[in-house]
Design a protein around this ligand. Structure first.
Ligand SMILES: [Co+2]
Length: 410
């Protein structure tokens, strides 16, 4: 039937830690014994040096993603050779390199996850094994310098996004589940937002292929001066050309029309621009130097999501009135802890647990009601349907676009 959940979760964590731990030092100390004999004592130094992924890249240069050239206008076609654009691009090289570091961590963590996640594990084990690996690779204890860019989403079936377990969640991953694994890695606030859909039953393959193709179409269409609605239209056309047969019934694959991609700013997962996955008439354009999360969602249900289920994801509200009063001491303290550990990065209840916060729900709700923190509850289509997601982060360099989170897997 199923595998040993605990063992599997530990394995994933162990791989990440083993890979990142510096080899154990053996100090040889020479000790003068009573008999005058020289004895050699071996002392083990088990202290793990938190080198993280850096030790695999001693020169600090991380691999580039997939390059795609801009299309469209005459001006765009010349970008790749334009000296001024090339100069501009080199100026931003540190930033690009930090995105690439985050992407490399994402690729390594997801490779292990895809191999080790099995039905029978609890959702907590799935999410925590991924999060612990990200933290180990990041090689820093300062969660504002590097680590999780946002909580690891493990949304199941009709739930399309924003589900991660809270403490006490007993849900166990099933063979027939369709799980969207959506997690962020950040390096000094540069966030990689990248997701795939994990299944074990191959009957969902047409659904997954539709969404994978749709996301790749969105990536191909995106570029400097491209209008949002045009990206949406291209995605919609590809997504809705697919259908999937489940239990003898054929379902058209629909875009989830109220879910969107977005631009990413430093320490800000949603930078204010949205990338639709249907034609929506938005003529806002993508611009040089911007970073976008291109994500598409397909569904066998209505193609429309609403809030449903207990909230796990929260984020500081950047538009909050600057001097909004916090009346209660407990809420004030909680806000300080949030500022210190997450800043404006999204977090979940489990992250509050792990930094040692206890009995915080009342205070957290007060912060939400005061408008200082926003809730991001699970987003669900109709019960019984299946939803899938694929997502990449792309960098609109002045010269070319880089699909920085591209891997061999998707
Ligand atoms: Co995203």
């Amino acid at each position: 039937m199923t595998t040993e959940p605990n063992t599997l979760a530990e394995q994933i964590e162990k791989v990440a830690l083993d890979e990142t731990a510096e080899e154990t030092h053996v100090n040889e100390a020479t000790v003068e014994g009573n008999s005058g004999e020289k004895k050699k004592k071996k002392k083990k130094n088990n202290k793990k040096k938190k080198g993280g992924i850096n030790q695999f890249f001693p020169d600090g240069v991380f691999p580039e993603g997939e390059w795609q050239e801009y299309t469209g206008s005459e001006e765009n076609l010349k970008r790749v050779t334009d000296e001024e654009k090339r100069y501009l691009d080199r100026q931003a090289n540190n930033k690009w390199n930090e995105f690439r570091k985050g992407a490399e961590i994402h690729r390594r963590v997801r490779q292990t996850a895809q191999k080790n996640i099995k039905p029978g594990m609890t959702m907590t084990e799935v999410a925590e094994s991924i999060e612990n690996s990200v933290r180990a690779y990041s090689g820093t204890d300062d969660s504002l310098k590097g680590g999780m860019g946002f909580p690891c989403g493990v949304s199941l079936n009709h739930c399309a996004a924003h589900y991660t377990p809270n403490a006490g969640d007993k849900v166990v991953l099933q063979y027939d589940d369709v799980m969207k694994v959506d997690f962020g890695v950040h390096v000094n606030g540069h966030i990689i937002d990248c997701a795939w859909t994990q299944t074990f039953n191959e009957r969902y393959d047409p659904l997954l292929n539709a969404v994978k193709e749709a996301t790749n179409t969105g990536i191909k269409t995106a570029g400097i001066d491209v209008r949002m609605t045009d990206v949406g239209e291209a995605v919609e056309e590809v997504m809705e050309s697919y259908e999937v047969e489940l239990d003898g019934k054929v379902y058209p694959v629909k875009c989830i029309r109220n879910l969107q991609g977005h631009n990413i700013k430093p320490y800000q997962i949603h930078g204010g621009k949205s990338v639709p996955i249907v034609k929506n008439g938005d003529t806002t354009k993508m611009e040089e130097g911007e970073t976008f999360a291109i994500e598409t969602f397909g569904s066998t249900g209505k193609g429309y999501v609403v809030h449903g289920g207990e909230c796990s994801h929260y984020m500081k509200n950047l538009d909050a009135p600057p001097n909004a009063p916090i009346r209660l001491d407990r809420a004030k303290k909680l806000m300080q802890a949030i500022d210190k550990n997450f800043g404006s990065l999204p977090f979940c209840r489990r992250y509050l647990d792990r930094i040692g916060e206890e009995k915080y729900l009342l205070a957290l709700n007060q912060l939400c009601r005061a408008g200082l923190i926003t809730e991001h509850p699970p987003l669900v289509d109709v019960k019984g349907c299946y939803t899938a997601q694929y997502e990449h982060t792309i960098l609109l360099h002045p010269t070319r676009k880089e699909v920085v989170s591209r891997g061999d897997d998707y």
